[in-house]
Design a protein around this ligand. Structure first.
Ligand SMILES: *Cc1c(COP(=O)(O)O)cnc(C)c1O
Length: 423
């Protein structure tokens, strides 16, 4: 049976389901697999879809777990939207992760987590602080699920109108609170809630942020699938350019490589939040104050999953041998969106994917996959003026934009949250 341990301990402690339900280890660390299964590309021969590849890849993690018999069903429920690998030219492809219900890659992890925990007994409160994309993906994934309520905290007046709609348009089991404060206030209230142990236990509190193992594991699947597809078509292992904020998406990519999948190396694309690029420069880890950028889902000064990355690669020189990191300015993001929209054939990038496109231009070797994390229609207020045209809204997103909004305002304290939730 696969065991998971905290990044701050060598002792494997929990099985998969328990690790998901516990969210954060009691010692403050994040759960990681105690060991990784090893695969060769041939182990996936005959498997084409990301669903089929995912079931095979994740099977060892589910072995002996209460969810083992449900793996096929869980993957079927979570991995049920298109995930195209689009070849741009002889040396570059883009992996489009944004064809799920809320048009960002976070749908993959959120839907998988929901499919898992709703198959486990007990009533739960999923608590999530969001600066935009996470809350929508989590709400969509848990909307209407029995025995589960979702509580979303977002900063009042600081998310885009379309993002706000995606946080506030759901059924009775999803409650959205506009916190009179900023994103850090939302995170602080969530952290306090988890530390109020008795209250947290009584609520069955679950984190749906990327600290939760249940969001990261499924993300290894699209790196495995894209790596295999690229290898089969081009006879070469691709490197991946990953737009990074909290490093959840990046850590999943490193995990896929560790499991032996054809994932050659990494270019991590950060915006003006430089914690990761500065670390790759100096070898010393230091959190930074968060700065606001056009790629706002990556505005993170202290990426929580750095702890998982350093746990996997404690040797800095070894890490630098397989990964580089770049910081991209807002001006570069703007120029890239503008330039690509005017090129032939035209491309319309969202600001997050655009950071990866910039990073791709800075690495010379061939065979890279740019990871596309959001649909440009989600960030229309940034993209449309630069592209000089309207961006067509995907059908699933358009449907949400017609629903009425429902949310309550909240003072930025745990007491206010507790009172609002009735106990
Ligand atoms: C969350 C997000 C990111 C950053 O992903 P991390 O896992 O936090 O590094 C990048 N792009 C988009 C569109 C996002 O929503």
């Amino acid at each position: 049976m696969m065991r998971f341990r905290s990044t701050r301990s060598r002792q494997p402690t929990l099985g998969l389901s328990e690790a998901m339900l516990t969210s954060l280890a009691p010692d403050g660390g994040l759960y990681v697999p105690d060991s990784f299964p090893e695969f060769a590309a041939e182990d996936f021969d005959g498997l084409e879809s990301w669903l089929d590849i995912g079931v095979r890849l994740l099977a060892p993690f589910f072995e002996g777990d209460p969810l083992e018999a449900h793996l096929g069903e869980i993957c079927g429920e979570a991995f049920n939207f298109p995930l195209p690998l689009r070849y741009l030219d002889e040396t570059t492809a883009v992996l489009e992760l944004f064809h799920g219900p809320t048009a960002a890659f976070k749908d993959v992890g959120a839907r998988f987590l929901a499919a898992c925990v709703t198959r486990l007994p007990g009533r739960r409160t999923v608590l999530v602080a969001t600066s935009g994309d996470t809350g929508g993906a989590v709400a969509a994934a848990f909307d209407g699920r029995p025995d589960t309520r979702v509580v979303i905290l977002f900063p009042l007046g600081k998310v885009s109108p379309r993002q706000q709609r995606q946080l506030t348009c759901w059924g009775a089991n999803v409650r959205a609170f506009a916190v009179r404060g900023d994103f850090d206030d939302c995170q602080r209230v969530v952290k306090t809630a988890f530390n109020e142990r008795a209250w947290a236990d009584a609520q069955g509190l679950l984190s749906a942020n990327s600290i939760n193992l249940g969001r990261l594991l499924p993300q290894t699947v699209y790196y495995a699938a894209a790596g295999l597809w690229y290898l089969r078509r081009r006879r070469a292992a691709a490197g991946f350019v990953v737009p990074s904020g909290n490093l959840g998406n990046a850590v999943a990519a490193f995990w896929a490589r560790r499991m032996g999948l054809p994932v050659r190396e990494f270019a991590l694309a950060a915006n003006a939040n430089r914690a990761v690029p500065d670390f790759f420069g100096s070898g010393r880890w230091a959190a930074r104050p968060t700065v606001a950028t056009l790629a706002n889902a990556m505005d993170v000064g202290n990426p929580s999953n750095a702890e998982r990355l350093l746990d996997l690669h404690p040797d800095f020189e070894e890490l630098r041998g397989i990964a580089r990191a770049f910081s991209v300015t807002d001006v570069e993001i703007e120029n890239t969106i503008r330039g690509a929209a005017a090129a032939s054939p035209p491309e319309v990038w969202d600001p997050h994917t655009a950071t990866a496109v910039v990073a791709r231009s800075r690495v010379e070797s061939p065979h890279w996959v740019v990871v596309g994390t959001a649909h440009p229609a989600k960030f229309e207020s940034v993209v449309e003026p630069l592209a000089g045209r309207a961006v067509e809204v995907p059908a699933s997103l358009a449907e949400l934009l017609h629903r009425p909004e429902r949310f309550e305002e909240l003072e930025p304290t745990f007491e206010a949250l507790k009172a609002a939730l009735g106990g």
